[in-house]
Design a protein around this ligand. Structure first.
Ligand code: ATP
Ligand code: MG
Length: 568
């Protein structure tokens, strides 16, 4: 492609509204332009990169046994009413009316549409399993569209759905698609982890998120420094084997702790380690109140509390509720001598505390010499209730936990029969019985993935595309366009590359060399061929964008040499 014939509107300045690298660089290098908040045009260079990402996605999905289709973006409200998401999705769902005043949804995801399609076409176990995918623009009226393509209101997603007659079949396809996703992100060159995620409101059980490690990510991941274990911090089990010290147990004693409320204050005041303090928090678990105990240096993980009780809603009791139930303030709570109808659960670490400290359920008093099981009882049980911490052993037994921030680029989950039951997607099993189909749902943020790659692949001069995603493989730049031998050699190289099927961008613009080089670095094409002073001798300079390596190459060996840099 001749640069004069395409549209690459590069900017010298960093756009003031772009906070993160990928947003800044995609704007500056002329890949995207914003049309409205969270809504972008993909300029010619971006379109080429998206096509590369999509090609990788298609190859891997096809290999996993999924088949591509394309559903409408505009979807009738009735389907969303059947699944009830019309009522529960909230303001993120883009709705519109047609000229007959009928309601429509501009699709944020396609469980409803695919379930209605499959229920109408598939009636027997003989047609299952089935895995279908599409690559399509999605619409979500995000509360905070930001970071350019990372969180848009209109974005490109690859979404896939699978339908099964039994759970074994779901497990099998889930694993295949999980592997396909790992391949996609590996081929995009990304440093990522597949993390065990919370299924939250989706109602599924098994779910993984694919997270690109990046400081600008919105999620925190706990992962092992040596193995592949990774989990959303909410989900990471704690497997520490706590030990009890053989200190002699003291008698329980109530002491005055005027004005001391937090663990920090109390531990300083009484001169004990926070790990000897018992942190007591009152939670409202659905309709009942539960006192949750963890060690002073630990934090309660409310998702674990929620899972322990299989509850729908878990939230901290308000100060008013606390006063009403426990007759004291939040900072004075403790497990000793409390009303029998209040359940007390504790993290495993609490059991091992000897001569600890806890609130006395009385303003300005704490107990010292607290020994669990002797001084209070746990009802119903000790459990893993705290957040994992940096330095904890990895739950898979290999290595130590470290934290990182992550950008979610993909998500796989087992939906079960949530949609098939609501929308009556049934099939006849081998025994002629009518059963709801078992489903899986799988998404990759294609446009977000492109931005995540830029987030990981850049330097002070611009984007540094991994070869497989680069919009062009080679950038040919004559230093001086007016010099006949430079221009004709550059044109000749351009033709040769094209004839050899190598995607090339030719800077034929009448710009100063400095501008051309700066633009070239900004755009980030892997190999640059500069045709300069030695053009008459048939010698050009090859520069590798990723490491700055340069070499002089004779045009006779040029194609071969270029190939060695762009073919792995
Ligand atoms: P997030 O937690 O980031 O909002 P999500 O859980 O809503 O993501 P899914 O519904 O699982 O996302 O969508 C599948 C994939 O689509 C995500 O893994 C992500 O890569 C991408 N995606 C979701 N929302 C956006 C968005 N607003 N802009 C760009 N990509 C998105
Ligand atoms: Mg979301």
């Amino acid at each position: 492609m001749k640069q004069s014939m395409t549209l690459i509107p590069t900017l010298r300045e960093i756009p003031s509204d772009a906070e993160i690298k990928s947003h800044q660089l995609l704007l500056r290098a002329g890949y995207i332009r914003q049309n409205a908040s969270g809504i972008y045009s993909y300029m010619p260079l971006a379109k080429k990169v998206l096509q590369k990402v999509e090609a990788i996605v298609r190859e891997e999905m096809d290999r996993a046994g999924a088949v591509e289709l394309l559903m409408p973006a505009l979807t009738p409200a009735e389907l969303w009413q059947e699944s009830k998401r019309w009522y529960s999705y909230g303001p993120e769902l883009m709705r519109m009316k047609d000229r007959h005043d009928r309601d429509f949804v501009i699709g944020p995801t396609h469980e409803e549409v695919i379930t209605s399609l499959v229920r109408d076409e598939v009636k027997s176990y003989k047609r299952l399993p089935l895995a279908l995918y599409q690559i399509q623009t999605k619409f979500r009226d995000e509360q905070r569209p930001r970071f350019g393509l990372l969180r848009g209101r209109e974005f490109i997603m690859k979404d896939a759905y699978s339908f099964h007659a039994n759970h074994e079949s779901l497990d099998e396809i889930y694993t295949k698609i999980f592997d396909a996703y790992s391949n996609v992100f590996r081929r995009c060159g990304l440093d990522f982890r597949a993390v065990i995620a919370d299924s939250g409101a989706m109602g599924g059980k098994d779910t993984h998120e694919f997270m690109v490690l990046s400081d600008v990510g919105e999620d925190t991941i706990a992962y092992s420094d040596t193995s592949s274990f990774a989990a959303n911090i909410e989900m990471a089990p704690v497997v520490v084997e706590y030990e009890k010290s053989n200190e002699q147990e003291f008698a329980l004693e109530k002491v005055k702790t005027e004005g001391q409320k937090t663990i920090d204050e109390v531990s300083t005041y009484l001169n004990v380690e926070p790990s000897k303090c018992i942190k007591s928090l009152l939670f409202k678990v659905d309709e009942s109140f539960v006192l949750v105990l963890v060690r002073g240096d630990h934090e309660v993980n409310d998702i674990k509390v929620k899972n322990l009780f299989d509850a729908t809603v878990v939230e901290l009791a308000t100060p008013e509720e606390t006063r009403e139930i426990m007759n004291c303030s939040v900072g004075s709570l403790g497990p000793i001598q409390i009303a029998e109808n209040i359940q007390v659960i504790a993290d495993h670490a609490v059991k091992m505390i000897v001569n600890g400290v806890c609130g006395a359920n009385e303003e300005d008093y704490h107990y010292i010499g607290v020994n669990p099981d002797r001084d209070f009882s746990i009802n119903p049980q000790y459990a893993d209730l705290r957040f994992i911490q940096v330095g904890d052993p990895s739950p898979d037994g290999e290595g130590t936990i470290v934290f990182a921030r992550g950008i979610e680029v993909g998500h796989v989950f087992k939906l079960g029969t949530r949609y098939s039951e609501a929308m009556n997607a049934m099939f006849l099993d081998e025994n002629g019985r009518n059963q709801p189909m078992i489903m899986g749902s799988y998404g990759i943020g294609v446009s977000r993935t492109m931005a995540a790659v830029v987030e990981q692949f850049n330097d002070e001069n611009g984007i540094v595309w991994p070869v497989d995603l680069a919009p062009y493989k080679v950038h040919v730049i004559p230093v001086n366009n007016k010099n006949d031998s430079q221009r004709s050699l550059a044109e000749n190289i351009y033709d040769q590359l094209q004839n050899n099927g190598i995607d090339v961008l030719f800077d034929d613009r009448a710009e100063r060399p400095g501008v051309k080089f700066a633009d070239s670095d900004l755009i980030g094409i892997p190999v640059r061929i500069t045709v300069g002073k030695r053009a008459e001798e048939g010698i050009v300079e090859l520069k590798v964008r990723s490491n700055g390596e340069t070499l002089e190459v004779n045009t006779e060996n040029l194609i071969e040499t270029i190939r060695s840099f762009i073919v792995k």
